[in-house]
Design a protein. Structure first.
Length: 304
């Protein structure tokens, strides 16, 4: 998305209600795809940041994390203050952005390359718990499928590192090997003032009780939509009930053209036209094409 698309310059009345709601109590925001939930997530983060409060955004997937990270950058916030649900539960903090390199066979020093900036980290301990990390310490993690040699060299969330002084102009990228898929992360050991959860419908109540709500000092805001749930998760109304949160609804769709919505509502038996505001409501055929359906006899034919 372009920078200006991350800003809500002319919010509708339902979006304005979310914007006006303070950051002192839990809140549930319900809206369909294209209603502005993600933009409002960033807007609430900016409100918290302007107050000097600590905050974090937690999303459902790594792909969504990358998108939100870019959006945070675009509106002048720290793009590292977003993570995804698995990482939050298992790492407990936020990853540093960039690619990790090492001198093959020497895990004592690793280098984080983020654009033109290079940072050097030195290992302090090889048998460590991520929960023992203190401010200024980091640990390295890998997905499940990497070569066993990486686990032997680094462990998994058991080596702790600290950033050390380093002359960037002496770093020769060609002399080091990329640690593909590795991430450097820090543990968020203290409660955060405000936690903002996007796609909240995909997590269970127990997960929120154990890993989210106790770590939000002032409030937690849940953005989601029952119709977009891809796991057993929890309904938005149940989330509101369990955590004593007010519930607000976003009333309009700004993403899906009417030409598509008209077809979709014939399947869902739901009115998707009256709330459609893409291009100010002028998004029907022939300005936007009608959907095209193709029939295949088998799943294999579809894949081929």
């Amino acid at each position: 998305m372009k920078k200006e698309q991350w800003f809500i310059s002319n919010p509708d009345e339902s979006q304005l209600e979310v914007i006006k709601t303070g950051l002192s109590k839990n809140l549930v925001v319900v809206g369909s795809a294209g209603s502005g939930k993600t933009n409002l997530t960033l807007f609430k983060a900016k409100q918290a940041d302007a107050r000097g409060d600590s905050w974090g955004v937690i999303v459902a997937s790594r792909a969504m994390r990358r998108m939100i990270s870019y959006g945070l950058d675009a509106i002048g916030l720290n793009g590292e203050r977003v993570t995804y649900s698995w990482a939050w539960t298992n790492r407990g903090g936020f990853d540093l952005r960039g690619d990790l390199y090492w001198e093959e066979g020497n895990p004592e020093n690793i280098f984080l390359v983020n654009g033109n900036e290079v940072s050097r980290f030195r290992r302090l301990n090889q048998e460590y718990s991520i929960n023992e990390l203190v401010v200024g310490e980091y640990t390295i993690d890998f997905p499940d499928w990497v070569n066993e040699k990486y686990y032997k060299a680094f462990g998994r969330r058991t080596s702790n590192y600290t950033r050390i002084n380093f002359e960037q102009d002496k770093f020769d990228l060609n002399a080091y090997t990329l640690l593909n898929t590795a991430v450097l992360t820090r543990n968020e050991d203290k409660p955060i003032d405000h936690i903002f959860v996007d796609e909240a419908q995909d997590l269970k109540i127990r997960e929120y009780e154990d890993q989210y709500v106790p770590r939000a000092r002032e409030n937690i805001v849940f953005f989601g939509d029952d119709n977009q749930r891809i796991t057993s998760g929890a309904t938005m109304s149940l989330i509101a009930k369990c955590f004593k949160a007010d519930m607000l609804h976003l009333n309009y769709n700004y993403r899906v053209p009417k030409s598509i919505a008209r077809f979709a509502q014939s399947i869902m038996n739901t009115d998707l036209i009256s709330s459609n505001m893409k291009d100010g409501g002028d998004s029907d055929y022939p300005k936007y094409p009608k959907p095209t359906l193709e029939w295949y006899p088998t799943l294999r034919d579809i894949l081929d």
